[in-house]
Write a protein that binds this ligand. Structure first.
Ligand code: TYM
Length: 436
């Protein structure tokens, strides 16, 4: 299968430089690699969690869609859609909700930050927590897993969400995969140099902190005004400045090649004034985004063109989403009544049995007793150490058959060569289910 790349942006505000360097630019670059299939979308269901102003959501959807297109997205190569046009996402969200531990959601940064803020303000811990916010990571897992994305280009703030999506996928695979991986385990893809672009005040550039530099909105003037407001230290022109840790420099470097970066750093060390430095940053970013801004303005002036593109994107996305969801419904037991009420033939029962992995116990020339677990195709999943007594080996096999993967924690076994832990966990889960 080709590599799948997927990412989304929440439609609650105007796209800013952080969204561009953290997600849009690397995602578009990835979509141009050979052998890559890309899925980029407007996370407008996520927007409802953070925003109850319908006009703002509507405007933000338009601006974010126009931004992707103006930044060079090629819709003949990429599937570009709105989350709310894909009903399979909300259906999968429910399937995943049913296998996600509440304790895992308790650990989500966004939820914890909201609780901390309420406690600091002397309110009830959950005063500002909706179930949407609490379950935010599950909806995000549904976005990613429905398209079996391998790579998810994001800024560092999203890493925890993608790790949670991996965990949920793994759990679902164990419970329902019967030895097959229903979901690919996604990887966050982060450009280290711009993983967290700082905003005007040095905190992460974010709509929630109101410290953003807009990418296109407001034109060249808004860009210039925002950069003029970036906080620097109070060193005067002529005084040497330390480029390390200055957020103006981090923003500059996100748009500069190596030579331009080195020259900028050297000039600051030799006393370049912050005012002149800001002008250089404006020129650099303007050279990069200026040409895209005209395309952006044209697109925003023609929402009907964007609507057509998104409708077509949704149609394309659903050709991938619908069959996977049908398979998932089948896997969890939401099957057509007629199929469920047919008694299984002896042949079918035999085939199912032979698809289950098997334990074998044996004695080697060294007089020790061993056991191993092999998959239905004969490949080695687990190999035990040698035991002096046959019943020791038997005891372990019994534990595996009842406890499944939990027994791996202290079992004296190694994984078969080339086998990964996920496959072993899935096999043991299938074995326990077959015993039951
Ligand atoms: P959102 O809308 O907050 O941000 C969109 C993308 O921009 C990145 N980003 C940044 N990167 C570097 N520096 C910054 N200051 C900065 N600010 C934002 C974010 O990391 C993100 O990649 N939950 C997501 C949207 C989403 C999603 C998904 C993403 C929903 N489903 C599935 C990936 C896959 C969010 O709110 O991003």
């Amino acid at each position: 299968m080709s590599q799948r790349v997927l990412t989304g942006i929440t439609t609650t505000g105007t796209p800013h430089l952080g969204n561009y360097v953290g997600a849009i630019r690397p995602a578009i670059a990835a979509s141009r690699e050979p052998g890559v299939e890309s899925f980029f979308f407007l996370a407008d269901y996520h927007a409802l969690i953070k925003c109850d102003d319908p006009d703002r959501i509507e405007r933000s959807r338009l601006e974010i869609a126009a931004t992707w297109l103006a930044a060079g997205l090629d819709t003949s190569r990429v599937t570009f859609y709105r989350q709310s046009d894909i009903p399979e996402i909300t259906e999968l969200n429910w399937l995943l909700t049913c296998v996600t531990a509440k304790g895992q959601m308790n650990r989500a940064h966004a939820y914890k930050a909201t609780v901390d803020a309420a406690v600091a303000a002397g309110e009830e811990p959950d005063a500002n927590v909706t179930m949407g916010l609490y379950c935010y990571p599950i909806l995000m897992a549904a976005d990613i897993l429905l398209f079996n994305a391998h790579r998810v280009p994001v800024g560092r703030d999203q890493v925890q969400h993608i790790e949670m999506a991996r965990d949920v996928a793994q759990r679902f695979n164990h419970l329902f995969g019967r030895g097959k991986d229903l979901f690919v385990l996604p990887q966050a893809e982060i450009e280290e140099s711009v993983a967290t672009l700082p905003g005007l005040d040095g905190r992460k550039m974010s709509k929630s902190y109101d410290n953003t530099v807009p990418l296109f909105e407001g034109g060249a003037k808004a860009l210039k005004d925002a950069i003029a407001r970036i906080v620097t230290d109070s060193k005067l022109p002529g005084e040497p400045k330390d480029p390390e840790g200055a957020h103006l420099v981090t923003i500059h470097d996100a748009f500069a090649d190596a030579a331009t970066r080195a020259a900028f750093h050297a000039d600051l060390r030799s006393g370049l004034g912050w005012g002149d430095a800001k002008q250089r940053v404006v020129q650099l970013i303007e050279a990069h985004v200026g040409p895209m801004r005209d395309r952006y303005a044209d697109l925003v002036a023609h929402p009907e063109r964007i609507e057509d593109i998104l409708q077509e994107g949704a149609r394309k996305a659903r050709t991938t989403a619908t069959p996977l969801l049908a398979e998932l419904r089948q896997a969890v037991g939401l099957r057509r009544m007629v199929a469920a009420s047919q008694p299984r033939t002896a042949k079918e029962a035999g085939a199912e049995k032979s698809a289950v992995p098997v334990f074998k116990q044996y004695r080697e020339a060294d007089n020790l007793f061993y056991f191993k677990l092999t998959a239905a195709d004969g490949s080695l999943l687990l190999q035990s150490q040698g035991f002096a007594e046959g019943r020791e080996a038997g005891g372990w096999v019994k534990r595996f058959k009842t406890e499944g993967a939990a027994a791996l924690a202290d079992a004296p076994v190694t994984l078969g060569e080339g086998t990964d832990r996920v496959a072993v966990d899935a096999a043991l889960t299938a074995l326990v289910a077959a015993q039951a």
